[in-house]
Design a protein around this ligand. Structure first.
Ligand code: 13P
Ligand code: SF4
Length: 283
């Protein structure tokens, strides 16, 4: 079973059995009954598939496809911050290492972050590691969100000027951006959505021209699912080099050579599974 994230190269998406956002991929991974999952995405996503479905062999075609945002919240630093905030629950964006997931109360993705935060009884919580997603959630809850200083280098490069320039060129176009974008970019957007939500919104809305503020790989699926509509990607630098490490050749080699196997030590996986399963019970 080949699972692929929405940011993968078009040719990789085209051979996958299932393509989705982080939430859809974790939900799908739970009930894969094939013996082997080839995960085309970054390492935290492949680890999540292994954690929720530990009896399957999970392969990633390039083990160096990491997410730099995960590195911005080392488990030891999260433990230290937790100790400074006794009794304050911790919500981890799914873009974290398994060791961090094992430390926290619950995970979330960009598709369910507000619902996850609202599901907690506490009025104050620590949100790691994405300050931009945390800031977005803060706009939709009365709870106090203590931010961590992490971000996605790809989304951080999208600027308000980029959006404004495209709006001048295409005045009829709607603007949708990912919540990993900075708050000033979110301010000028019409819709703030996960990648899966973007695909659905583009398909179902009346808008036939859409400015897209996220990683460029999404354009392939947007065009495929909404033929006839026009999509304008924001910025020239909106490529995630890690997602692009997975090529069609590497997927073929992964299948031929059964490499590279993803493993998560069970003592870490058990704690991480609890945080992911709590999230999946919310939505
Ligand atoms: P989605 O869950 O919205 O697909 O986002 C994943 C991600 O890594 C965004 O940069
Ligand atoms: Fe990580 Fe950003 Fe790439 Fe998503 S786009 S995998 S958050 S670096």
């Amino acid at each position: 079973m080949v699972l692929a994230h929405n940011y993968q190269l078009g040719e990789v998406q085209d051979i996958a059995d299932f393509v989705g956002d982080s939430l859809e991929l974790s939900q799908r991974a739970v009930d894969v009954d094939a013996d082997v999952i080839v995960f085309c995405g970054v390492t935290f996503m492949a680890e999540t598939a292994k954690i929720v479905n530990p009896t399957r062999t999970v392969l990633i075609p390039d083990p160096l496809a990491g997410c730099p945002m995960c590195e911005m919240a080392p488990a030891e630093a999260v433990r230290r911050r937790k100790a400074e905030l006794p009794g304050v629950p911790v919500v981890a964006y799914i873009n974290t290492t398994a060791a961090v997931k094992a430390e926290v109360d619950i995970c979330c993705t960009s598709a369910n972050a507000v619902q996850v935060v609202e599901s907690l009884s506490a009025e104050r919580l620590l949100f790691v590691p994405d300050k931009n997603l945390g800031h977005w959630v803060q706009r939709h809850t009365d709870k106090e969100i203590i931010l961590w200083d992490g971000y996605c280098p790809t989304h951080q490069r999208i600027t308000v000027q980029d959006v404004q320039r495209l709006k001048e060129e295409h005045p009829r176009a709607a603007v949708m951006v990912h919540p990993e974008c900075t708050p000033d970019v979110v301010d000028v957007a019409d819709h703030v959505l996960s990648t899966g939500q973007m695909i659905r919104w583009a398909r179902e809305s009346d808008a036939d021209e859409i400015i897209v503020g996220t990683e460029v790989g999404l354009i392939h699926r947007l065009k495929g699912e909404s033929p006839g509509k026009r999509f304008y990607p924001i910025g020239k630098l909106t490529t995630c080099p890690n997602m692009k490490r997975i090529t069609l050749e590497k997927v073929a080699w992964a299948l031929e050579d059964m490499q590279y196997e993803v493993s998560v030590p069970e003592e870490v996986a058990a704690g991480a599974r609890r945080s992911i399963e709590r999230m999946l019970a919310v939505i």
